[in-house]
Design a protein around this ligand. Structure first.
Ligand code: PLP
Length: 345
């Protein structure tokens, strides 16, 4: 790996971060908070939230097995994705490499930051080739974007290939593990200490069933996390989100139950789809959705939408011609989808 200083945008490396009132005081006992121009009424919403979310990070650390100093919390994983671009790429000069197809936000953030985006096609099994990704890199490639289990394809990427990229690439490698809770595969977040150039993403939006509160995690070396913390908005996670997240994380067993039910339903749905005459192929999934190749994705999408059942039409995505992406819902919702598809002609 190149020295982090070389990978960081020079203005960001030299940035003196905003110093907020709550940060300076940091945890000492106090009788009166007269430092931040807050209104003394309307507690607790009158107070600024903890800028580094210590309590919440301690909880996430315990559940995810990642040390607190290696955790960044963002307004959704989307904040961490954007920060990776803003901290480590120079607009109009650097580029990033990514598997294709994958999650759309990597390209959107590249475009917003005016950074060249180099997609590298997966093979017909939706697997990546480390060598193909490395061949797409040059001296100005700062980040390689991987997503496992991948979206919209649903499959885990081959671990050996990911490790090959991590060891051979001299820039940063992001591994988005938004869906790892639905998979039996060993998450890469446990190997952070081994790969100082790795950034792993998690989110509360999927297995933890909290897309509405907007909370995402990035795990990386302390040096990388410190740079994220320097650049983020000082109070990026609001009080309501921090409190709600703590409440949900009190009961991880509830989350395990949801995951078990969704994985069971996924299995059932995949088997049922294989029997549908209008379904040509179902791709293996390690996520809470699956991708299915249909006879005519657009017509089936329209038919379902007319019945009030909304799935994701991915037919215009690379390697996904005529594919629908189906999220696993409740048993009732899944049954409704199946019975509608059985009546399709
Ligand atoms: C859904 C999803 C996310 C979640 O993003 P949030 O901003 O945390 O809601 C992240 N990565 C991938 C690949 C996803 O599919």
């Amino acid at each position: 790996m190149k020295p982090l200083k070389e990978l960081t945008r020079p203005n960001i490396w030299n940035l003196a971060p905003y110093s907020c009132a709550r940060h300076e005081y940091a945890g000492k006992q106090a009788k009166a908070f007269l430092d931040a121009n807050e209104n003394p009424y309307n507690s607790p919403l009158n107070r600024y939230p903890d800028p580094l979310q210590d309590k919440l990070k301690a909880r996430v650390s315990a559940i995810k097995g990642v040390p607190v100093e290696n955790i960044f919390l963002g307004n959704g994983s989307d904040e961490a994705i954007d920060l990776a671009f803003r901290c480590f790429t120079n607009p109009c000069k650097d580029n990033v490499v990514a598997i294709e197809p994958t999650y759309g936000m990597y390209r959107v953030c590249a475009d917003i930051n005016d950074v060249e985006y180099r997609p590298v096609l997966l093979n017909d099994k939706y697997q990546m080739s480390a060598d193909a990704l490395l061949r797409a890199c040059d001296d100005h490639t700062k980040i390689i974007w991987l997503c496992s289990p991948n979206n919209p394809t649903g499959n885990l990427l081959d671990r050996k290939e990911i490790i090959h990229v991590l060891t051979e690439f001299d820039g940063l490698v992001v591994v988005d593990e938004a869906y790892s809770d639905f998979s039996q595969g060993k998450p890469l977040r446990y190997d952070l200490a081994e790969y100082p150039n790795m950034i792993v993403l998690n989110t509360m939006s999927k297995a933890w069933a909290c897309a509405g509160i907007r909370l995402g995690m990035a795990y990386a070396s302390k040096e990388i996390i410190d740079i994220f913390n320097k650049v983020k908005y000082p109070y990026n996670i609001n009080i309501l989100t921090q409190e709600k997240a703590l409440e949900v994380l009190k009961d991880p067993f509830q989350i395990d139950d949801w995951i078990k039910m969704l994985v069971m339903e996924r299995y059932r749905m995949v088997e049922a789809f294989k029997m549908l005459p209008i379904c040509e192929e179902v791709y293996p999934s390690d996520a809470n959705f699956f991708l299915a190749k249909m006879t005519d994705a657009q017509a089936i999408y329209d038919y379902l939408a007319n019945k009030g059942i909304i799935v994701r039409n991915r037919t215009n995505v690379a390697l996904c011609h005529n594919c629908l992406r189906i999220t696993i819902g409740t048993r009732t919702e899944n049954m409704e989808l199946l019975s509608a598809l059985r009546q399709y002609e």
